[in-house]
Write a protein that binds this ligand. Structure first.
Ligand SMILES: C[C@@H]1N[C@@H](C(=O)NCc2ccccc2)[C@H](O)[C@@H]1O
Length: 448
């Protein structure tokens, strides 16, 4: 291996109480809210084709116009308790909220820049209201923070001169000050979600990213920080120059999901997903396909079946309310979770052969139970199950209503679980009770 000062400091998963809680979340909510929400992807009668929260980078929009939007930010209908109630009904266990996106505008009253919420007509601390409201209903809060800050004159994409380095050193101090300020102001939070760390300036700041990570965890023990923060001695990100994950979980699955368990490298990981094809901040017109709630529930099941969490993004309007499609999806997912969350919360990957009908999960607390989350009912009504060796199926029944299902043992070690022909129209869960075969050991991957 290559000797590294700022590579991974831990091999394997974090196994402390905070990370074990994170591992069991299953479902989370992301919220992108800020000045970009005012424009909603449009300006001067034209539509910006990029992600709506990137509109400041559009050459049709002068920076000065964007940077004066704060003078009109006044979300009259914002009610953090209503946001928290919607998230609670949806069944999310954690929320990640933008405190500062790439545009540099701070949704909290930072004392390190005047470009913050206290200098808007709204004035009040949005982050505090969200942290308090979500914590009150038992949803853990994580703060999204973009290192890249287009508004700060000391931000640099690369370090090509002594003056770049002097400016960027000031910028790194500013960054650390803002983060330590957030830890002091919002001690209830459980972690940070870093973004905007892909440029050369940051790749050359591996030592700083390492010390920042350690400083924040010293101030706030147990803090959870993903792999998008750090760079190693050679500018490698996510995985260091020895291929080891730097961070508490793999934070690279943005609008994409691993296909197989091998793709997850056996790490903890999180998928962050948009309902439209792209775009995180509010956009007046969502282009392309809008995912249905059934598609979103399947993505959730797939993530949990591969030992990951599924985090769905919401982009509130400038007035602080959510668009109808987002409210409807939160409700539909919540209704499904009310019946089926046993197969999602505190569940893990099962190393049985993947089947076409859907996904297996298993509760981390019980190794004689396996859940089948079914999306594709075959016309035969027969769901194939091929457990790993020495595992026998004892019982099969529907999670919703306990109806017993007949199990047919095929030769070899496969089974068919026969479904009643009831034309299921929603994804549903079958519970399998298993037992060890003679001289069998329970070898369901327990990744705990
Ligand atoms: C969570 C999202 N990340 C921001 C972004 O700029 N993504 C572009 C990107 C996508 C994948 C790897 C690096 C960078 C988007 O604006 C959202 O905030």
């Amino acid at each position: 291996t290559i000797p590294l000062l700022h590579g991974a400091h831990r091999i394997g998963k974090r196994m402390d109480v905070d990370m074990n809680r994170w591992r069991g979340y299953g479902l989370g909510q992301f919220i992108h809210w800020g000045l970009y929400s005012i424009l909603g992807g449009d300006y001067n009668g034209k539509h910006y084709n990029g992600a709506a929260e990137w509109i400041r980078s559009w050459n049709q929009l002068p920076n000065a116009v964007y940077d004066s939007l704060y003078k009109q930010f006044n979300p009259k209908d914002f009610n953090a308790d209503k946001w928290a109630a919607m998230a609670k009904q949806m069944g999310v266990k954690y929320v990640t909220i933008t405190t500062k996106h790439h545009d540099g505008f701070c949704l909290w009253p930072s004392k390190y820049t005047s470009y913050n919420i206290s200098n808007t007509p709204y004035k009040k601390d949005i982050i505090k209201q969200i942290v308090d409201a979500y914590t009150k209903v038992g949803i853990d809060v994580y703060l999204y923070f973009s290192v890249m800050d287009w508004h700060n004159p000391d931000w640099r994409y690369d370090l090509k001169s002594a003056s770049d380095t002097i400016a960027f050193n000031k910028f790194k101090k500013f960054t650390q000050s803002q983060l330590e300020e957030q830890l002091r102001m919002y001690p209830q939070i459980k972690g940070f979600w870093f973004d905007g760390t892909w440029d050369n300036s940051w790749k050359k700041s591996g030592a700083f990213s390492d010390s920042l990570d350690q400083d924040l965890k010293r101030i706030h023990p147990g803090l959870i920080i993903g792999s998008r923060l750090r760079a190693d001695d050679y500018g490698k990100r996510h995985f260091d120059s020895n291929g080891r994950l730097m961070g508490d979980y793999e934070q690279g699955w943005e609008r994409t999901i691993p296909e197989t368990f091998a793709d997850t490298h056996g790490n903890d990981w999180e998928c962050d997903m948009t309902i439209p094809e792209n775009g995180w901040g509010y956009a007046k017109q969502w282009m392309g396909h809008w995912k249905t709630s059934d598609e979103l529930i399947e993505m959730l099941a797939k993530c949990v079946s591969l030992d990951g969490n599924f985090v769905l993004n919401f982009g509130p309007k400038p007035n602080g309310t959510f668009r109808q499609k987002e409210v409807a999806d939160a409700k539909a997912i919540g209704d499904w979770m009310k019946i089926n969350n046993t197969a999602i919360y505190n569940c893990a990957h099962v190393n049985w052969e993947k089947q076409d009908w859907g996904y297996f999960t298993t509760p981390t607390s019980q190794d004689d139970k396996v859940y089948m989350i079914v999306f594709n009912v075959p016309v035969s009504g027969a769901l194939r199950v091929l457990p790993t060796k020495n595992i026998l199926l004892k019982k099969a029944y529907l999670l919703d209503g306990d109806k017993q299902l007949s199990i047919e043992k095929l030769d070899g070690s496969a089974y068919f679980v026969h479904l009643p022909n009831e034309g299921q129209k929603q994804p549903f869960v079958v519970v399998l009770e298993t037992e060890k075969g003679k001289n069998g050991k329970q070898d369901i991957n327990k990744h705990i």
